[in-house]
Design a binder for this molecule. Sequence first.
Ligand code: FE2
Length: 356
Amino acid sequence: MDRSRLSHVHLYVGDACQAAYFYRKAFGFRPIAESPAARQPYTVLLAQGDIRLMLTSTTNAADPVARYVAAHGDGVADIAIAVPDVAQAFRAAVERGADPIMEPSARTGTGCTVVSATVRGFGDVVHTLVEAGTPLPHPTLSPIDGALGAPSDGELLRAIDHFAVCVPTGELDKTVSRYQEAFGFDEVFSEFIEVGEQAMSSKVVRHPSSGITLTILEPDASHEPGQIDTFLLSHGGAGVQHVAFETGDIREGVRRIGAQGVEFLKTPAAYYDLVEDRVGELGAELDDLRARGILADRDEWGLLLQIFTRSPYARRTLFLELIERRGARTFGSGNIKGLYEAVEREQSREDGADAV
Ligand code: FE2
């Protein structure tokens, strides 16, 4: 899949109108295209920076979208990839072990013609391969008047930095191998993380040309069950745990998104007592990071700032991340553990236990 790039992320949701309101109001996305309102399933395409977020819901319980939502709750169903030649990319991926879902085809709907094909990713999440240069990535979509090509001022989010994916015990290495062999990803990071009685393994795979990055997490069966097990139970198997939005100003992001009522996971004050030992001097910014609960980390190339929302979904499965990279190309080891501990505190709070 040379010269490919991320096309869009497709969420299947209970109500696409409500979900669009949430992502528009809280995260600053703008709707740029939608399917006819009278048609089911209903799809709306949102944009911000390079991000294209597609939301689909249906009132038809027999539709695959409804079945996905019944099984997993609202979540990422498709990480779609734009490729120069769909038939060639599909054939190459399948020859190297990808599981075919839909053969290459040209579909003309209400709005446009779209050449695409679909292969399985992990769990029930698929990868649709869409012909690069297609103005709208789904044939039922039509542009919303005046919206295409009209980015609003002051956009906060630039791109999708990575997806975090939870898989059952025993699936991590198989999933990594499949992404290497079938899709040409590289393994760029690997870590075993222990937090108290719990533990997990994490590997990061990245596609060299598109930059699509998956952080894949697997619970360690020799330790006590933890939050990755909880995700797999609540979600009904493997799936996307969080989507990370890259921003140029995470502090402004927390301010703006928090002002819309989105809750971020809390970080204990003690984290900031030691953070400069790990990442170096933060100067006057340290107080600001502490006040907003932003995590700081470093790799060999530079600094990285991250924060995570509480899951806005009833199953407490999918949540969102903001990430600001100041040179860092991978992930510092401290923040994956930092995230794990923040989710633990959140789950303790929800269980009514004493939270830090
Ligand atoms: Fe992340």
